[in-house]
Design a protein around this ligand. Sequence first.
Ligand SMILES: [Zn+2]
Length: 157
Amino acid sequence: MTHGPEMDSETGMELPTLGRTLRLFGRAFLLRCPNCGHGPVLEHWMKLRLKCGTCGLRLQRGEHDTVMGFAFILFTLIGLFSYAVLVVTLLVTRATPWDLLENGLPLLVLVELFAFFPFAKLLWLAFDLTLRPVTASELEWHRSATRAYETERDAIR
Ligand SMILES: [Zn+2]
């Protein structure tokens, strides 16, 4: 008896390897397509292209719920980075510059919101791809799609 193809590879969760995870996230940190490592993937700083310019993967995978994950990653990045700045400030200053922190931290958050925007989007895609690797047939579906989402009713332009 021979082994057939895995039956659950289409939609099933896959246990990611460390190397693959690092590769996907590394590409996202370089603002490249997590799937193929190329691009272009950015329409402009605040907006992803519909599809990766190289592999054709739709950068929101044709789904709506990417917004939630993206927001989660964005606020996590902002939180961690702001906290790091706060800790460093407390460590390097003898008298804590409360005025500076009070005015500076909200400003910093705004700057971070802007600065981390495309990273958060691509990191979420990388996270998604880590757990649900894209299959050949899914990639084909992405390449032939002309809309961001599956149904026309849901299309947001
Ligand atoms: Zn790609």
